[in-house]
Design a protein around this ligand. Structure first.
Ligand code: GLA
Length: 368
């Protein structure tokens, strides 16, 4: 009998520290209790037979003929097979069926969850014995090289390494990380899903990376020691970067880095109020300086800011759609979200989806 395994890997939220991962900064993500599941079975030949339950679509290829699929979802799985091969781990053929309850395109990292679930399952089935951090790095490479999004490491790290009731403070330069218990008193993390994903998302994302690199190159001409925006100060940005766009991008990243470190102190002191204020400031920066927001996200954050029972709100993830993450008093979640949904419908002509986030564990085997 061939070996078979079922693995689940979660979506993620990020409390603060946006677009800082690929600038070697810090992030503060956590895994949530929404998952991608993979049910995989090793074969004796080199055939890869994939089935997406949610799309009711199949895709078949072989380990020796990996190429991008026009169907998109297989690419996250094939990207993992390809990166494993490059690292010297040659999987046998396999059958895999996937499904999940992470909303797609909502900025909750369903793609990273699929990559983590795939690599975890293939690692177990083939007995490769790859450690979790190496798996996280291979997932990022799969997305960068096979899918083509130059994303940072945050999403995969959170999905693989998440811990129930804790946020992860991850240093994206050294990959050192620390789990923080998340104590928000009477407040809940509520996600407001705009239900839009603008087509700009991946092209503008890659452009932001280039703009940040341009900023680093300019700063390096004077300050050789600066290897990434993580090492830069506002004074350096002001004195070296003249182009307005590049300057704005760099300013946001340098400020966000400090904001996150101070935000961690707020959380340690259970000063949810102070933390919430920082979320609003992050949103303003993402919208006005980093320019990755959109009308729907700005609208929702503005509505949140009118509510006394919401301590903070901001767009979350790459941007151009997806979710707003907010801190809402637990007794008012129902009434406030109903009100905001009605205004959103009225003024933006779209339906709002609401999720109350529960912080769960990272990638794991499902025992049936
Ligand atoms: C996306 C990317 C992450 C990160 C965020 C923005 O989710 O996949 O690597 O850069 O955007 O913080």
């Amino acid at each position: 009998m061939q070996k078979r395994i079922k693995v689940k890997s979660p979506g993620r939220i990020n409390l603060i520290g946006e677009h800082t991962d690929y600038n070697n900064g810090f992030v503060l993500p956590a895994a949530i209790d929404k998952y991608i599941y993979i049910d995989a079975l090793l074969r004796d030949d080199d055939v890869i037979e994939l089935f997406s339950v949610d799309n009711n679509q199949s895709y078949t290829t072989t380990t020796h003929a990996l190429a991008k699929s026009p169907m998109h979802w297989p690419n996250y799985i094939l990207g993992i097979v390809s990166e494993l091969q490059k690292a010297g781990y040659n999987t046998k053929g396999f059958n895999a069926s996937i499904h999940g309850d992470i909303p797609i395109g909502a900025g909750l990292s369903s793609s990273a969850a699929l990559e983590c679930a795939t690599i975890f399952a293939l690692n177990e089935l083939n007995e490769f014995d790859i450690d979790k951090i190496t798996m996280v790095k291979l997932c990022q490479k799969a997305e960068n090289n096979f899918v083509g999004l130059q994303c940072g490491i945050m999403d995969m790290f959170a999905s693989m390494m998440g811990k129930a009731n804790h946020v992860i403070r991850l240093d994206c330069r050294s990959l050192e990380y620390e789990y923080f218990p998340l104590q928000l008193n009477d407040y809940k993390i509520v996600l407001l899903d705009t239900q839009v994903k603008h087509s700009l998302a991946s092209s503008e994302y890659n452009t932001r990376r280039k703009e940040c690199n341009e900023g680093v190159a300019l700063i390096q001409q004077k300050y050789n020691e600066v290897k990434s925006l993580r090492d830069a100060t506002i004074e350096m940005v002001n004195s070296c970067v003249k182009n307005d766009n590049v300057k704005n991008r760099c300013t946001f990243i340098v400020e966000e880095k400090e904001r996150l470190l101070n935000g961690c102190i707020d959380l340690q002191n259970t000063n949810v109020q102070a933390f919430g204020k920082k979320m609003y400031i992050t949103h303003r920066g993402l919208s006005e300086l980093y320019k990755v927001s959109c009308n729907e996200l700005d609208f929702l954050v503005n509505e949140c800011s009118k509510e006394e029972k919401i301590l903070g709100a901001r767009m979350m993830g790459g941007g151009f759609g997806g979710c707003v993450i907010s801190l809402m008093h637990q007794d008012f979640v129902e009434s406030i979200t109903q009100k905001i949904a009605a205004t959103y419908k009225d003024q933006m002509h779209k339906n709002l989806k609401v999720y109350v986030a529960t912080i769960g564990n990272g990638t794991s085997i499902v025992n049936e």
